[in-house]
Design a protein around this ligand. Sequence first.
Ligand SMILES: [Zn+2]
Length: 93
Amino acid sequence: MAIVIRGLTKCPLCAELIADGQSIVSTPHFVESPEHPLWPFSDAAMHYSCFQKWPLRSEFVAEYNNSLGRMVWGNGSRHHMQPDGIVINEKKQ
Ligand SMILES: [Zn+2]
């Protein structure tokens, strides 16, 4: 997961600090190529409210679900990102 130090880490979408108590969307590194337009946002934390207004939100969610979201973890679950950026554990039937 991205390292978030509240009061020090800046949201890459608005360049403001992430403060205590603010909801965030945060992911581990999942975009391979530094040339990829979403690369700066992989392994980052963003304000939940900024994420909802972000024009690349649906692309980001699709990219996550097509890479990390495909991995099946030891307990048989997958990490699926919902359209609002929240990741849920989805257990295979
Ligand atoms: Zn922000």
